[in-house]
Design a protein around this ligand. Structure first.
Ligand SMILES: NC(=O)CC(=O)C(=O)O
Length: 296
């Protein structure tokens, strides 16, 4: 028997209080100057909220170029009020506007280590969850890309699923999207939506960015920096919202922009009833184990 690591049990889909709402994906141009990045991000979040978004997602590394030249320099210790302007800006703007923010990712400094971290804030401005990127983007594709994220960052150790007014949301950061097991874990734990702040590069972006999102069969939102962001790493862009049948609901090009789109969780219910993959899984042939359920 091939073993992937899930029990056959499936957490049933819980419908959140708000089942229909607008999401805003802020595709930001990122510079080496943190103050500029903060004011651009704040401005973009405010515009998204004005356009009706009650959930706003930011890109991977929105406050710092995606480059090892900047990660350590611009990292923040989120426990240090004076040393963490990005963290406190997100908290403040979430409470000012009364919205939920999936705060992309930022370089986090904790006990001498760097993490690529996403903070989720509720409409009261309180931190609801913190996801540290689980899978490091170490790639050596001759003639294409050589990048070793693990030279700089330490990988996180926990999946992140967060209860919000806008549903149960699973979080992954960029390369995390390549691991369907993580998405499956979120699905079996009843996620309505997975948010992936990401910064795919030009070649993997063209080949895989949209494909990875469309294969997940629940709502998937991705948010990238724009291509004109500074650094040697050229970014694909194309922040996107995908629905539960793999349909692209809204997307963008590579320029700085805001994608506003409607999420309606009844479509998710319809997909689950019409195509009940959870009941059709062949547990006699392969197994998916949620490690958390196995713990005593
Ligand atoms: N930032 C990343 O994790 C990049 C990545 O996955 C890619 O394909 O590019």
């Amino acid at each position: 028997m091939a073993s992937l690591t899930s029990s056959t049990s499936c957490h049933s889909l819980t419908m959140p209080k708000v089942a229909q709402f607008k999401i805003g994906l802020c595709q930001l141009s990122v510079t080496p100057d943190k103050t500029t990045n903060l004011s651009r991000a704040r401005n973009s979040i405010e515009i998204a909220a004005k356009q009706g978004a009650s959930l706003v997602v930011l890109p991977e590394m929105w406050n710092c170029p995606y480059s090892e030249d900047y990660f350590a320099k611009l990292a923040e210790d989120f426990n240090d009020e004076d040393g963490s302007p990005s963290y406190f800006m997100l908290s403040e703007v979430a409470s000012c506007l009364g919205i939920t923010i999936v705060g992309g990712s930022m370089p986090e400094l904790k006990d001498g280590r760097l993490y690529n971290t996403c903070c989720v804030f509720g409409p009261d401005g309180k931190l609801k969850a913190k996801h540290r990127k689980l899978h490091m983007f170490d790639a050596n594709i001759p003639g294409d890309i050589l990048y070793k994220e693990s030279d700089t960052f330490t990988a996180g150790d926990n999946p992140t699923i967060v209860e919000t007014d806008m549903g149960r949301i699973g979080i992954g950061i960029c390369h995390d999207i390549r691991f369907p097991e993580l998405a499956m874990l979120y699905r079996t734990r009843g996620a309505n939506l997975i948010c992936y702040p990401g910064a795919f590069n030009m070649s993997t972006g063209k080949m895989l960015w949209e494909l990875e999102q469309r294969a997940r069969q629940l709502y998937v939102a991705s948010c990238s920096p724009s291509r004109d962001s500074v650094g040697s790493y050229t970014i694909w862009g194309h922040s996107t919202l995908v629905g539960p049948f793999g349909e692209v609901i809204a997307t963008s090009g590579h320029e700085e922009t805001i994608v506003i789109a409607e999420i309606d969780y009844s479509a998710l219910q319809c997909r689950r009833e019409g195509l009940p993959l959870e009941n059709q899984r062949r547990g006699d042939i392969y197994q998916f184990v949620d490690i958390e359920e196995q713990r005593p």
